[in-house]
Design a protein around this ligand. Sequence first.
Ligand code: AMP
Ligand code: MG
Length: 272
Amino acid sequence: MAHSSWLDAFLVEPGATIDLEALDPRDRSRFPDEESARAGIEADAKAIDDLQDRLYAEGRRSLLVVLQGTDTSGKDGTIRHVFGATGPLGVHVHPFGPPSREELAHDFLWRIHRACPARGTIGIFNRSHYEDVLVGRVRGLAPPEVIEQRYAQINDFERLLVESGTVVLKFMLNISKAEQGKRLQGRLDDPAKHWKFNEGDLADRALWDEYREAYRIMLERCSTAHAPWRVIPADRKWARNAAIAAIVRATLEAMDPRYPETTLDASSIVIR
Ligand code: AMP
Ligand code: MG
């Protein structure tokens, strides 16, 4: 099945002005029905595993998948569903929390750069350098002029990655405030989910509008031709997973990784 039609799905045009509230978190117009979307996730996950194998064998390029979104937007679930069929050898997941003392003693991209995927592998960021212009901006963790510089620094950094053979896919998981409210309540109602709940989530929810504004600025300044953002409707988990699986698959298909040519004449070798 050709997946190339997914390549430009949910793209933020470089230079465009964004009205986040006009992007519907419940949009499902790309899917005729839920059942076929769910079947699509499974097929795409298998295809991603096969493409990852080729990427590894080829050993020349890499893929970086950046997942950003507010608490409960589904970053963990996306990783589970989209990469759950991919062999673990060539995939590395990096969650980013508050920086450590050591990390704070360096520039904000230091910890990010060392986590970027080696040639032949896929790297997945659960949160990322974008926290430094999101929570960093909303909570004033650095002076405003330092935050301002970061957008261009991020664009330059991502261009370095791209020019070095890394394809950069950036997904913002767009959930509504009402849906986040339901999911946080779900965590309170289920003892097995209590570990996921922390007070900080409510403090961040109270700053919902400030975060939306920080996201808008991030999308407007850091959706570049070399590393564009995609805003994924994420109120429905199946639609979110199906969209991201299809886009990751289409991206890998477009990269078209090849098994290396060898001079091996298999028919001349006899195993005794
Ligand atoms: P979670 O993803 O739920 O484990 O939460 C991770 C927490 O780390 C979130 O509250 C983020 O805002 C926070 N975090 C991630 N990166 C940074 C950063 N660069 N500066 C400050 N806080 C961060
Ligand atoms: Mg959390």
